[in-house]
Design a protein around this ligand. Sequence first.
Ligand code: UDP
Length: 328
Amino acid sequence: MKEILVTGGAGYIGSHVVKMLAERGYHPIVFDSLENGFAEFVKGHELVVGDIGDYDLLVDVFRKRKIVCVMNFASYIAVGESMQLPLKYYTNNVAKTLNLFRAMIECEVKRFIFSSTAAVYGYPEKVPIQEDAMLFPINPYGRTKLMIEQVLRDLDAASGMKFIALRYFNAAGADPSGEIGESHTPETHLIPLVLRSILEDEYTITVFGTDYRTHDGTCIRDYIHVNDLADAHILALEALLAEKESAVYNLGNGRGFTVREVIDAVRRATGKKPKVKEGPRRPGDPDVLVASSEKAMKKLGWKPKMAELETIVETAWNWERQRRRKGW
Ligand code: UDP
């Protein structure tokens, strides 16, 4: 069975990928510090508790095992926090990731799948956004991801490191089993927060900005189901194993929804009314981010299976209720 090292595999997107890797006949080895991940998310899978800054531990794992590819989800992801604590982001998302590359090259592990982001585009000139659009991130989070993409190109040229960088748009939803899902502390993402406004009496969701240049004044985003993202990772892995060239792909549904439309979809999916108030814009939010994922569809044969916003919201709702029952 092919062994895949999944750093950050006990987090939201990583745990969905781990589950799918195992279902598709791979052997995922989760490498996670558990700072933001949960051991419960990877129950039944091999877990090494460690930090990607720990060179000796990484080398030890690479030497003892036969890892054919590394998938890296071990990064900080909150845009707002990255503006307040840039060094935290540059240290983890860049410096520690370079350390991971150093260990990989030392041990001749030469395939890498990278969680990149739509934030590398900043304020896009044209939507849907294609991969060759201008890259001009407007916050430290986006800059850390772009830096690693650039490093990967250099490593490909110098050391033959083959990589696929996947630029996610808005990851959302949960595995339909309800066993794993989104859980961040603090939670900053729209769908879990709208659900919270239904489940917690004292919580009201704030709409960040109502004067954007969109049809209802709120931001448009492209929400993509986490299992569709996971599926793209498996296809990317297969492409790298088949010795395809390094590449960068957008992953989104190609359809955008406003914040108000998402809130309405939650109302429809749950039959309950979210508590909503309006607030100022959140710094660093572009009006519209919608992906063109044509390239991933054409080259990887990817096709989102849970593309409907209602399906995405229903799976998130299912997870949110189950985890509260379990006290997570
Ligand atoms: N948003 C909002 N209220 C919140 C959280 C998010 O209005 O409490 C908006 C945010 O401004 C953005 C969209 O919802 O337009 C998606 O934000 P999220 O933080 O989920 O993902 P991001 O786009 O930052 O990756």
